[in-house]
Design a protein around this ligand. Sequence first.
Ligand code: PLP
Length: 453
Amino acid sequence: MEKKILLNERDIPRAWYNIQADLQTPLPPPLNPETGEPITPDMLSQIFPMNIIEQEASVERWIDIPDEIIEKLLIWRPTPLCRAYGLERHLGTPAKIYYKNEGVSPPGSHKPNTAVAQVYYNKISGTKRLTTETGAGQWGSALSFACNLFGLELKVYMVRVSYNQKPYRKIMMETWGGKCVPSPSPDTNTGKGFYEKNPEHPGSLGIAISEAIEDAVTSKDTKYSLGSVLNHVMLHQTVIGLEAEKQLASVNEYPDVVIGCAGGGSNFAGLSFPFIRDKIYGKNIKIIASEPTSCPTLTKGPYIYDFADTAKMTPLLPMHSIGHGFVPAPIHAGGLRYHGMSPIVSKLLIDGLIEARAYTQLETFSAGILFARTEGFIPAPETTHAIACVIEEAKRAKEEGKEKTILMNWSGHGIIDLPSYDAFLSGMLGDYVLPDEEIARLVKDLEKYPKPR
Ligand SMILES: *Cc1c(COP(=O)(O)O)cnc(C)c1O
């Protein structure tokens, strides 16, 4: 009876898996909103280094991971694959439940898998300083950790409400040497406009993105970095699934069901893409992305061209979206409140290779509490969405009397999010389902853009 399936350090993946090589039809290109034409690499070169832009468009199946990145990944990788015996027993299910524990990284989530890679590629391109935005702070802390490893400066624009309400991630960022300011800030033209009218402006992710991009474009040797959604981020996360594949094979297992929560899509992609490849070539396997009913991008958002940010500074991306004007309800799963979705994950849903489900906040926190009480580890509020889906599938296996193997991505721990557990345990949390009419209203003015094909 094995509880933790561990890999040796020498078994760490040496190449990322690029699913673009195996898609049935190519991904629709990002478009220039002014001309409606595909964007060119040099339009992106103001904000990203060329080697990352090349990865974004690459259709090579395997991309070697440079030794310098492996050396940093080894700080916490390979991560354990654990069998959730406690949860299985509680549910009385014949299903075997495995979870890949990405919460063991120093910042506590899967995000440093791409942070470390992005900082490395920037460094070898001559970038001296990075900028980014962060909502609840998970991405800012992962990037600060990575910038410190490679000696780059970092400035993080953190949405002011979160900056005030969630001081711990800011302290993590500063501990690793990153600079973190509340947004809107007086440091950029975009920020100044809001800041001067109201120095206590609560901010939004859209304003923070605009500030970070403006800073990158107007400062010397500075680039911008994004923690999810884009193709190169999905690519860097595939170390998760590649490790899990080896770990399961070592105990003669293969999953019937693969589950991950989806905000911008990166931890879901990281675990599932190597298995989706098997599915493309004939394997019978169910792959499920799990999201909140308050931000139902995959389950209710149409497949359209939309901006990646609220301020409409980015190219148009082909994706499931509930509209860049979406203002999220104050749910606690901060990382799952993004209006859009990775273009690759979006296309996989259109191609029928994955399915999506949505859960309410109370369902997911109940699942998180059950996990903590049966397995010990306290999951991040985002991760509880994957757990709710796992529980549903395990109960179904019980009804059907089938011994299924379920694989889940445990994307991060919730130790920095304990106030949200406090709110749940004291009965202060509610449910929110985004109404269909609201989604229709939010995507209305996007009809003028072409349909992705
Ligand atoms: C950021 C985050 C997510 C959501 O982002 P994805 O890109 O969809 O993975 C999920 N879980 C945790 C713990 C996170 O920090």
